[in-house]
Design a protein around this ligand. Structure first.
Ligand code: NDP
Length: 288
């Protein structure tokens, strides 16, 4: 049976450290790090995620401002807001909650965030820096994944890492972070042939595709480390919400073969917002 990599517990431990750090910064500088979040529209999961970010920020004494915009907001207004926040000395971190409404150009908008305030690490400039091995900020979900991998205390050098999913926010950045740790990295996607065989060769398997229980137990190598990034709602009439959350990996089967595995919920998820706060504190310290 695999050891469970408990993201909830780890995130609580890191949160406590961050709280102490913010307290120290407030004593020294008489002001707190300040995170600004821009959210356009009312996509329900985004509201949940933004509320979590705000709650956690307040918990550690960080200032948090939410700029809510209507679903129909014009791109120029979003960009104008970002430019204003870029110039505002009181703001240390700026993020744009994704996904954006369809009429908005995500890349064009993200790339207006000044690199020193890009605490999600998603601007083209920061992704380029990440590829070169020297990111300004490490994107939040991949940074959380690396924290979980560190819990296993294994030597990463020479390990075979297979990542399923090549998005800009998870798949691509985690590939470069594992490469930096000297893993041999394979990045898979929807056109990959023999995906099951690729997965079964992985010492470290990271799955970020958004399909419930897509990776079967038979795809997992014995004693592998399995990081399940997927968050999928599946209908559940017995739950008050009408659904429950599952990952991209068939947990019940994979837990029997892996050495380490993340649960869903309670694995990667809780770390993402914590890494955002960590990056905002970094920004405060670097740019004060
Ligand atoms: P995207 O939709 O942006 O990307 C999905 C990726 O999965 C694509 O690269 C796609 O391939 C690949 N894919 C889709 N279907 C298959 C398939 N059948 N076989 C192989 N590859 C496939 O998703 P995200 O990266 O944004 O998110 C992935 C999952 O992770 C979601 O469930 C999301 O909710 C979750 N997530 C969790 C976070 C957390 O904090 N825990 C943070 C971010 C995301 P192709 O490129 O070829 O289309």
């Amino acid at each position: 049976m695999a050891k469970i990599l408990d993201g909830k517990k780890l995130s609580e431990e890191i949160l406590l450290k961050l709280k102490r750090e913010v307290t120290g910064l407030k004593e020294k500088y008489k002001k707190a790090p300040h995170l600004a979040v821009i959210m356009a529209g009312t996509y329900p999961p985004s509201i949940v995620y933004v509320n979590i970010k705000g709650k956690k920020a307040k918990e550690i004494g960080m200032d948090f401002t939410l700029f809510k915009m209507p679903e129909t907001v014009e791109e120029q207004l979003v960009i104008k807001t970002i430019n204003k926040l870029n110039r505002d000395k009181k703001i240390n971190g700026i993020i744009v909650q994704l996904p954006l409404p369809k009429h908005l150009n995500e890349r064009r908008i993200l790339d207006h965030i000044a690199i020193e305030k890009d605490v999600d690490g998603l601007t083209t400039e920061n992704i380029g820096a990440l590829v070169s091995g020297y990111p300004y900020y490490i994107p939040c979900t991949p940074q959380g994944i690396m924290e979980l991998v560190k819990l296993t205390k294994q030597k990463l050098e020479g390990k075979r890492a297979v990542i399923i999913g090549r998005s800009n926010i998870v798949g691509k950045p985690i590939a470069f972070l594992l490469l930096k740790e000297h893993c041999t990295v394979t990045l898979c996607h929807s056109r990959t042939r023999d995906l099951d065989r690729e997965a079964a060769s992985a010492d470290i398997l990271v799955v970020a595709i958004g399909r419930p229980h897509f990776v079967k137990g038979s795809w997992v190598k014995k004693a592998a480390t399995v990081i399940d990034v997927g968050i999928n709602r599946v209908e559940d009439k017995t739950s008050p919400k009408g659904y429950h959350l599952v990952g991209d990996v068939d947990f019940k089967a994979a837990v029997k073969k892996a050495a380490y595995i993340t649960p869903v919920p309670g694995g990667v998820g809780p770390l993402t917002s914590i890494m955002l706060l960590k990056n905002t504190i970094e920004s405060f310290k670097k740019n004060y």
